[in-house]
Design a protein around this ligand. Sequence first.
Ligand code: RP5
Length: 181
Amino acid sequence: SNSEWIDKIAPPNPLENHSHKKPLIGIIMGSDSDLPIMLPATKILNQFKIPYELTITSAHRTPEKMIKYSKSASNRGLRVIIAGAGGAAHLPGMVASETVLPVIGVPVKASVLDGVDSLYSIVQMPRGIPCATVGINNSTNAALLAIKILGTAIPKYQIALEEYSKKLEEEVLQKCEKLEV
Ligand code: RP5
């Protein structure tokens, strides 16, 4: 169930802001049913020790909360927003229209249309209001892209990203070695 997923996310009580550290990245999603898909983003941010906040807000069900969140995001110190949504996935685009921060949309596979509906809803923004879009269900890449954006201003995150890439490379090369013997 969703509550089990909530319990699995570290640090504890993720639906509240981290009070001890000012969050740099905001992760939002349209419904708690998106949590399992957004979980890998939290794993990456924890791995890179980047303070983030996590909340649920819906473009359709809680439009006022969404607007308040978007309008206050920059002043509250956030640098990037990651927004996951499925179906008629208007959340990332609507948030992008109400904030100066970069918004990265994660299309969630949530309906009988297999996530293609979400992908198209998020990627096909009108000229003037950009919203970065990653692959369907790929919140890992959303987090890594957010860290790359942070890295342009905070060099330690670029160093951490280089280490991450190096590790990925070594993993692949090790697998090749095993195959080739
Ligand atoms: C969107 O509708 C959410 O982002 C979710 O992906 C989808 C389905 O939501 P529920 O089935 O949880 O209501 O708003």
